[in-house]
Design a protein around this ligand. Sequence first.
Ligand code: PGA
Length: 260
Amino acid sequence: MEIIIQPDSGTASALAAKIVARIIKDNPDAVIGFPTGATPLEFYRNLVRMHREEGLDFSRTTTFNLDEFVGLPPDHSGSYHVYMDKHLFGQVNVGRDRIHIPDGLAADIPASCRRYEEEIRTAGGIDVQILGIGVDGHIGFNEPTSSLGSRTRIKTLTRQTRRENAAEFGGEDNVPYHVLTMGIGTILDSRLILLLAFGAKKAPIVAQTVEGPVTALIPASALQHHPRTILILDEEAAGELAKADYYRYVYEHKPDWQKY
Ligand code: PGA
């Protein structure tokens, strides 16, 4: 894993957007995996700005979102269809037919999840997957004890995750119990993974993810097996990393050809 520690979430988000923009410029047909949540909002603002001011072109990109709640109408304010439309898809020129988000309203959920995996394969696999991380170590909605080889499927949210999503649903009781999420195996198939984590609240789980054992109790720890994962952190989220000084030193001494 490569650990990049930035002074704050603004510089971290700008760096993540720069890396993704470079991938799109080098390969306009890039396949990109997108997350939701609070963490990537500034990253999305950067991509929208680059589209408007620098002509960053999404017209040939294909996108796959990590997850979606089960049973929400498509226009529900808590749905990730609405989130993505608001923060990215409605503001850049990505083709509507190239956007993929798990179908939380599917009548046949297992078939719909199999189709999602097939669509990723047909698109040629995900070139870059952006991730947030839950305080319990979930990536996508792969909660603790998720199989590290899992594929897209239905999952049950923990009480804690439902509580954390209460605001968008007008109270915890309204948060769905079930979600569809790419599996950990699906995520690990991505060619490059960028995980963003900001704020002191994420510091303990970031340390366990990077420096603890690989365990299904910390789903993000599976990323230790991935050949190209970059964690982009702010100072606060990096606050409990035992080897933070080493990660800073590595970043400062990157050969020019490896710099972002
Ligand atoms: P957050 O969520 O960005 O809102 O902290 C991260 C996640 O649950 O993956």
